[in-house]
Design a protein around this ligand. Structure first.
Ligand code: UDP
Length: 256
């Protein structure tokens, strides 16, 4: 089973999908005992993961769109936005709900007390089976971490290390990991643990969640939402210009 159109954004093959398409796809990957890495591409991902681009050109890596920045670029370069917005924070609970049975989940990342609280939340509120968890600092340095995850017989591995650490870690260890679905989920454990506030729904609806996060963590996120945003748009435009001059006459590689 495969997903719909692929839209090139700064060279990244971004798959267009609804949450429902994506959940069905991943559940079928689990049923068929296949392996996939799911990555959410937002503007920060594009800027921070540029150097990993070639390693992501792989059938087992599935990249989907996350956030308003990617949509603006899709509109400017390909004439229309993506049909749905996907992000690990909303999509992960959705995937759990769509599964007809509780999934075996391993959680890797965040500070020790955060991942512990988030694991309790996943069991209590989301009804999944957390087969193990490990923090993203000293825990991540355990040379046996991959064996531990495999021994847990996790089907879904959530990796919450931020960009580009989580993508790098996933690409480095994917072959050795047995979990069917491995995905990078950013600050998700902090939200589940309640250590970072999630924007109210109306702010999410008007797609201003980034502004809410900036308000709460100005020192850490100021660069991401100012300088890096400009870098992101410039990079997308430059990439488009360069690929147009390589393939002269081609309007949209995706037929988007
Ligand atoms: N993190 C980690 N190890 C590191 C760096 C970060 O476990 O070496 C965790 C951090 O504690 C946080 C998550 O990675 O829980 C990523 O947070 P961020 O806010 O950067 O995610 P994003 O904004 O990309 O969703």
């Amino acid at each position: 089973m495969s997903l719909g159109k692929v839209v090139p954004i700064a060279g990244f093959p971004v798959h267009e999908a609804t949450p429902q398409d994506l959940a069905m796809h991943l559940l079928s990957v689990l049923r068929e005992h296949e392996k996939i890495s799911l990555l959410f591409a937002n503007s920060n991902f594009v800027v921070k993961c540029k150097k990993l681009l070639n390693r992501m050109a792989n059938d087992s890596v599935l990249i989907v769109n996350d956030g308003i920045g990617i949509d603006i670029v899709a509109k400017c370069l390909h004439g229309r936005a993506f049909k749905a917005n996907l992000n690990g924070t909303d999509f992960t609970p959705y995937l759990f709900r769509e599964s007809s049975r509780p999934l075996r989940v391993y959680m890797l990342g965040a500070h020790p007390e955060i991942v512990e609280k988030a694991a309790a939340y996943v069991e209590r509120e989301l009804g999944q089976v957390v087969v193990g968890y490990c923090d993203g600092y000293s825990g991540l340095r355990d040379p046996h971490i991959v064996e531990r995850i495999n021994r847990s017989e996790a089907e879904v591995l959530l990796v919450a290390l931020g960009n580009p650490l989580q993508e790098e870690w996933i690409l480095n260890h994917r072959d050795a990991l047995n979990a069917g679905v491995v995905t990078g989920v950013g600050a998700l454990f902090d939200f589940w643990a309640g250590s970072k506030p999630r924007a109210p729904e109306f702010i999410q609806k008007i797609r201003m969640e980034w502004l809410f996060r900036l308000y709460h963590e100005p020192r850490r996120l100021m660069r991401r939402y100012t300088v890096d945003m400009l870098v992101f748009f410039a990079h997308c435009l430059k990439y488009r210009k360069d690929s147009n001059s390589r393939v002269s006459g081609s309007r949209s590689q995706a037929g988007f």
